[in-house]
Design a protein around this ligand. Structure first.
Ligand SMILES: N[C@@H](CCC(=O)N[C@@H](CS)C(=O)NCC(=O)O)C(=O)O
Length: 206
């Protein structure tokens, strides 16, 4: 019997993007609720243990790898496709320019005393907003961010754009990519996952 993937994750976090990709790929996985990121050297989620063993961290790398391993499902542009560099650019951008700021936002005392908390939260929110604006200006979405097909980039942005400063602000500065992301929210294949792992509770858009 094929062993399942093991996802170390937590509700409402980046692990939900990995869980969504596995769901769309119809790959069996076991979820280890791990809010302290015990499987990862940096104490973070997501962490993925593939059936073949080993440990993967880094949400962008996990999403890209899962898509690559299942090319027939077309969750990423293939090598040689002109959309491939665009895909890699924005996957890395979400991870490096946006997601990394939540290490600070989630606990500003990691960088400064409590007196500076408000300004750190304000300035990182401004920076995240600016990043979404840059992404909006750099992409011409079709139904999805890279055109006709949903890719793991859509999933990634759908999850990360739900964090502060949250969707209302995101839609203001990135209406084009907002349309694509709404399609991911509404994908019936993901409805049960969203409900369980990142529910659309009243006021969820901010
Ligand atoms: N670079 C990592 C960042 C992961 C990350 O920051 N995860 C958050 C949850 S969304 C976390 O575990 N935070 C706890 C911590 O950093 O101490 C990735 O892309 O997977």
């Amino acid at each position: 019997m094929t062993r399942p993937f093991v996802v170390h994750g937590a509700r409402g976090t980046g692990s939900v993007a990995v869980e969504a990709a596995l769901t769309l790929l119809e790959l069996p996985y076991r979820l280890e609720e791990d809010p302290d990121g015990q499987a990862s050297p940096l104490g973070q989620v997501p962490a993925l243990i593939p059936p073949s063993g080993g440990l993967m961290t880094e949400s962008a790398a996990i999403l890209i790898w899962l898509a690559e391993e299942h090319p027939s499902r077309q969750l990423s542009p293939a090598v040689g496709d002109p959309a491939r560099p665009v895909f890699l650019r924005w996957m890395t951008f979400v991870s490096a320019a946006i997601y990394s700021l939540y290490w600070i936002r989630d606990d500003p005392s990691r960088l400064a005393d409590e007196a500076h908390e408000a300004v750190i939260l304000e300035r990182t929110a401004e920076r995240i907003t600016r990043c979404w604006t840059v992404m909006e200006d750099g992409l011409s979405p079709g139904p999805f961010l890279l055109g006709e097909r949903l890719t793991v980039l859509d999933i990634y942005v759908a999850v990360v754009s739900r964090w502060q400063p949250r969707r209302k602000r995101f839609y203001e500065v990135a209406p084009g990519i907002g349309q694509a992301v709404r399609r991911v929210d509404a994908d019936p294949r993901l409805a049960a996952l969203w409900a369980d792992r990142f529910p659309f509770e009243p006021g969820w858009e901010g």
